[in-house]
Design a protein around this ligand. Structure first.
Ligand SMILES: [Fe+2]
Ligand SMILES: [Fe+2]
Length: 191
């Protein structure tokens, strides 16, 4: 899968959802810049970003059933309506489009929750998804931080998301809690 093919898929799945389509393009632009700064494969960073939300609007039951073709029942049942699309997207790409490159699928799989010990490509999509400029919340500081210290930007994104979830009484997923603990230790206990 190259970026031209990914762009065709993005249009196929999200052209009818202009806000999400633009978010995906902005995530790809920011991912590409970060990939060049951190010297990882920017083509893969772009492909993962263009594709990461293509199943965002799939009905929950359909997304769960699709995800079950590649993930365990426990993995799927632990996912909420807001985070199941990470797994259904990976399953769709594997099943329908024969994508098996873990450097593309890994970042997509973890982009909603994060996890401990992410690869650089995984961290880039995680932060770019949060910090791209079309998001309707203030994220400029995290966007700037991402170019200076990617781990700190990951942790800040996780902590702001945790605050939001707590404020709205939404349960935080266990891999996000593990990620917060991992990156706090790694960064010497900063908040
Ligand atoms: Fe997403
Ligand atoms: Fe996204």
């Amino acid at each position: 899968m190259n970026q031209e093919q990914a762009r065709i898929l993005l249009d196929k799945y999200l052209l009818e959802h202009p806000t999400r389509h633009r978010h995906s393009l902005e995530t790809a632009i920011l991912s590409s810049s970060l990939a060049q700064v951190y010297q990882v494969d920017f083509e893969k960073a772009i492909v993962a970003a263009l594709l990461h939300d293509i199943t965002k609007f799939m009905p929950y039951e359909e997304a769960k059933s699709l995800a079950l073709s590649y993930y365990s029942l426990e993995d799927v049942m632990n996912r909420s309506k807001d985070t199941i699309h990470a797994l259904s997207c990976v399953a769709l790409l594997r099943k329908e489009y024969h994508v098996d490159d873990i450097e593309i699928l890994g970042p997509i799989e973890q982009h909603t929750t994060g996890k401990a010990s992410m690869t650089t490509l995984e961290k880039i999509l995680f932060v770019a998804d949060y910090a791209e400029p079309s998001r309707p919340f203030p994220n400029q500081l995290i966007r700037e931080l991402a170019f200076v210290d990617l781990d700190k930007a990951v942790l800040e994104s996780l902590l702001v998301t945790k605050q939001y979830l707590e404020k709205h009484h939404i349960a935080i997923e266990s891999s996000s809690i593990q990620a917060i603990s991992y990156y706090q230790k790694r960064l010497g206990g900063i908040q």
